[in-house]
Design a protein. Structure first.
Length: 595
């Protein structure tokens, strides 16, 4: 018999909380997109329009509730399992709770519903059914301390925090309960807990201090909680008085998160954003700043430039180009930090990047882009890759895996180099040869893309430009398992010297994953045209980023550019004439939800 979800969570607890790498078991096919615990519900809340339950599923839900009320628990559980196949609990939460609490409270048996819901949350092996149980309990009064402990335990999983904190909110000292949960969760659970948390007496100062220091710290993106934290404890009030050195550090981090509006609105929603940014820059002159804080000023500088806030822009620029700033930035460059900022203020980062690659190649190989465009440094870069990357270990039987994760660090390092080699025909040929024989699709496709660029640049078919690659591809095409990759090979073998008309150089599997990531959870936030190309920019796309550490938030914005006489046609069903597409292109419209 499979363990219940509750037992899995309970048995995984260490010192009253879950390990940071804990994940609920998920059934999925190889290379299918798998979301972190709580991610789908979080994305639905922040980035998707509420969906309406179908009439057929509403009847199924009602039948399940009625059977639970009539003590037909086995039938009710089967019906909820059936409902869970097509309906996430969050999508029907309001409908379910309205039916129980507002529409049929007098007809249903609360005692039976209470007993049934406890059974679901403690015994079910279905994640959505556990949530259904929590939704039912949220309509009832909970006095039992043992049941409260069960809910406290479930709240420690990011998948269930959202549902549990809503229940806790109604308890005596509910705010303190939510505070204790917020301190113990780190992903989407912390975002939901912080959203419900208030700095209230008798623990006002303690909670306020925690929200200032920890409220935005989560493994998803600080931006989700930045606005909530800013408003809930009046961080603006601290900024406009006389913040301590420690307060200034955390205020800066919150402002930085507010500036990142890829996922959710932040700084743009504040009425006095210009005054806030100028005050931060004014306060910055009272402290010896760190590299992190100069990065924040750099982001203010970029934001002000984009928003045409000239006064903010000029002040930020002045501070970034000061001698103090350059000294601090340079010290951070030597650690692999502030590289873009250093380039902006005129610091040559190449010698320091070279040393980083020599000293710690595994953790800094992504910085190769800072060396690739200088001929002398490019030669040294290739030498480092030859010494540091075990090329023979990368050669492997081709598979359909995309190749994410620690086990593919060598292939990931090679991917970064391949991106730079596109511009330099016949340089680093051994790396391309190894990549063609690697396990992950994306590494093989990356190598093929390099060959396409080289062929186009040299205006020679592959057979003439590099006969060794031509022979190798003839062999590899026979064992290539991926049709998209095989097509790329065939085009090179056919003697093509132009590939720009091709819509993509990615495999179909990767495109399907990308399409799902964008259309299922993303928002369309911007677009523009230039010459014969069109670019679409999407936000709230949870993408893996090789350059980020395991606990660092990853990027959630992606831009796709369509070139070579691309065109766009907008179809809508508005009754009245509207210029929504122009407004979106001009950043005058909120991001559009996608389906």
């Amino acid at each position: 018999m499979n363990k219940s979800i509750y037992d899995i969570i309970k048995e995984a607890l260490v010192d009253g909380k879950l390990p940071e790498d804990f994940e609920l078991p998920k059934l999925h096919a190889e290379d299918e997109m798998v979301f972190a615990d709580g991610a789908l519900d979080g994305i639905m809340m922040y980035h998707m329009q509420p969906s309406e339950i179908s009439d057929e599923d509403r009847e199924l839900m009602i039948e399940a509730i009625k059977n639970a009320s009539d003590h037909e628990f086995e039938i009710a559980e089967g019906l909820f399992h059936q409902l869970a196949k097509d309906n996430r609990a969050l999508s029907i939460a309001q409908t379910l709770q309205d039916y129980i609490y507002d529409e049929h409270r007098e007809e249903l048996q609360p005692g039976n519903l209470y007993e049934f819901a406890i059974g679901l949350i403690e015994l079910s092996t279905n994640i959505e059914c556990v949530k259904y149980g929590l939704l039912i309990l949220d309509t009832l009064i909970i006095q039992n301390e043992e049941l409260k402990n069960t809910i406290r335990t479930l709240a420690l999983s990011d998948e269930f925090t959202l549902y549990c904190v809503h229940i806790m909110h109604k308890w005596k000292n509910g705010n303190d309960e939510i505070y204790e949960v917020a301190k113990k969760v780190h992903g989407w659970g912390r975002i939901h807990a912080v959203e419900q948390l208030r700095a209230l007496n008798p623990r006002y100062e303690e909670i306020k201090d925690w929200i200032l220091k920890e409220g935005i710290n989560n493994s998803v993106s600080p931006s989700y909680s930045a606005l909530t934290c800013w408003k809930n404890v009046n961080l603006g009030g601290i900024l406009f008085t006389k913040p301590t050195r420690e307060e200034f550090l955390y205020l800066g981090r919150n402002i930085d998160a507010l500036l990142d509006e890829d996922a959710v609105p932040g700084m743009s929603t504040l009425d006095k954003r210009k005054e806030i940014l100028l005050k931060y820059l004014e306060q910055a002159q009272n402290f010896a700043l760190t590299g992190e804080e100069y990065e924040i000023i750099y982001h203010i500088y970029e934001y002000a430039n984009e928003m045409d806030e000239k006064e903010v822009y000029e002040e930020a620029k002045k501070q970034l180009h000061s001698m103090n700033a350059k000294t601090v930035i340079l010290s951070n460059v030597k650690k692999g930090l502030c590289l873009d900022l250093a380039t902006e203020v005129g610091i040559d980062v190449k010698p320091h990047v070279l040393k980083l690659l020599k000293d710690d190649f595994k953790n800094h190989n992504y910085v190769c882009r800072y060396l690739a465009h200088d001929k002398t440094y490019r030669s040294m870069l290739l030498d480092i890759y030859r010494k540091q990357l075990p090329l023979e270990e990368i050669k492997n039987k081709p598979s359909t895996t995309v190749g994410f994760g620690e086990e593919y660090w060598k292939e990931n390092a090679l991917d970064f180099l391949l991106q730079e080699l596109r511009e330099y025909p016949l340089e680093g040929m051994e790396f391309v040869e190894v990549a063609l024989q690697s396990k992950p699709i994306r590494t093989r496709n990356g190598a093929l893309t390099v060959l396409q660029h080289w062929v186009e640049e040299k205006k020679q078919p592959l057979s003439e430009m590099a006969s060794n690659f031509y022979s190798l591809l003839n062999e590899l095409k026979e064992i290539e398992p991926n049709e998209g990759t095989k097509k790329m090979m065939h085009k090179l073998l056919e003697g093509r010297i132009v590939f720009k008309e091709e819509p993509t150089t990615f495999s179909q599997e990767i495109l399907d994953i990308l399409s799902d990531a964008i259309s299922d959870v993303g928002v369309w936030q911007w677009w523009f045209t230039q010459d014969d190309s069109i670019q679409l920019e999407f936000g709230a796309v949870q993408l893996y980023d090789d350059t980020k550490g395991e606990k660092e938030p990853h990027s959630n914005t992606i831009a796709l550019r369509f070139s070579n006489n691309a065109f766009a046609m907008f179809l809508d069903n508005y009754d009245e004439e509207t210029n929504w597409h122009t407004q979106l292109a001009n950043d005058e419209l909120e991001p559009l939800e996608l389906d």
